[in-house]
Design a protein around this ligand. Structure first.
Ligand SMILES: [Cu+2]
Length: 355
């Protein structure tokens, strides 16, 4: 078995007075198991009051880490992950303390937006997540990744020296037949790249929509969604015919508060949901707000999925000079750097991609 590891420095720490240094990231490649093990920490997590709802998270009731950068080391396909948390003594920490974790790939852009790819996102309830070995996200050595975590420790006691162990599963280059390239796709009804994706919800029924075209056609293998309280559904529609192509639905409690959002799988071996290039589509978020009041910036609606492009060469390239891409980078680099003098200007930047 070949096993090697190295430590990446705190490249982000320079220059920002009053902010704690970025935690150390250590990467180990286990090429026998085809696992990449990323450990990060230590983090000191003071106890916080429990959050009543998702909106409190959005108001900054969490502790965000800074972006921790590292390079993807192997040739192959990323196909899944699992997360474990331990304290200084090696004891397990309740997984829900990690509210969410986002992995960014700066070396590839998103299909809809001139923003860095969000390679993966995980919330509190996730165990191991993986896709069959017949599909995977194509990865090359040297791809520049970054991760950040939003903590919310409501265990009733302070936690010190917590470290995070993220195991990323990959499929080697020589697998025969090779996996089909499947990439994350993110469709938000109201995203300003590098800014916010929240919007106001009037009383009663309402919708918010975003129209787009794709530079390359392909097929969607499955979708999930993200909404806040009083959400009904997120739909993908053909904007030229008005036909609903697929939707994920919110499960709500008696008061209309969000319990969870359904997912849809079109089958990884089947055709999936076919999307054409240069055709107008729209993603629509529907809310039904029974409170009788305007909920200011109270909503989000997005759909995420895995997309198999017909031709990987037509995937749009990162343009580092594009002001939109630069805004995305600036908002990611600014994460977790706030102190008493520096109120975060975009608390939702990055929140958009957790499910
Ligand atoms: Cu949200």
């Amino acid at each position: 078995m070949m096993l090697w590891s190295w430590i990446l420095g705190t490249a982000l720490a320079g220059g920002l007075a009053g902010t704690p240094p970025a935690p150390i990231v250590r990467i180990t490649v286990d090429s026998a198991r085809h696992e990449l093990i990323i450990t990060s920490g230590p983090f000191d997590l003071p106890n916080m009051p429990p959050m009543e709802d998702h909106a409190m998270m959005d108001l900054g009731m969490s502790h965000d880490t800074r972006l921790q950068r590292f390079e993807w080391p192997v040739n192959g396909w990323f196909r899944g992950f699992r997360v474990e948390l331990v304290d200084r003594h090696g004891n397990a920490v309740p997984p829900h303390v990690m509210h969410h974790m986002i992995m960014v790939n700066f070396s590839r852009r998103q299909l809809l937006y001139s923003a860095a790819e969000r390679l993966m996102g995980t919330g509190t309830e996730t165990g191991e997540v993986s896709v069959p070995k017949t599909i995977g996200v194509p990865m090359k050595p040297g791809m520049k990744l970054g991760m950040y975590v939003a903590w919310h420790n409501d265990t009733g006691k302070d936690l010190e020296g917590v470290s995070l162990k993220l195991t990323m599963l990959w499929t080697p280059k020589n697998q025969n037949p090779p996996p089909v390239n499947a990439l994350p796709i993110y469709m938000d009804v109201n995203l300003t790249v590098g800014g916010q994706n929240t919007f106001d919800v009037p009383p009663g029924k309402s919708t918010k929509a975003y129209e787009f075209t794709l530079p390359v056609g392909g097929r969607l293998l499955g979708v999930g969604g993200h909404m806040h309280d009083y959400g009904r559904n997120v739909r993908l529609e053909d904007a030229e015919t008005g036909k609903v192509l697929t939707q994920v639905k919110a499960k709500r409690d008696a008061e209309g508060k969000l319990v969870k959002v359904s997912r849809k799988l079109f089958g990884v071996s089947g055709e999936g949901l076919r999307l054409k290039p240069k055709h107008r589509y729209r993603v629509v978020g529907e809310y039904d707000n029974p409170t009788g009041e305007l909920l200011v910036k109270g909503a989000m609606a997005s759909m995420v999925g895995l997309f198999v492009p017909d031709d990987m060469r037509r995937w749009p390239a990162v343009d580092p000079r594009d002001p939109t891409y630069q805004r995305d980078l600036a908002s990611l680099d600014g994460r977790g750097g706030h102190d008493a003098h520096d109120v975060p200007s975009s608390p939702h930047a990055g929140h958009e991609s957790h499910e």
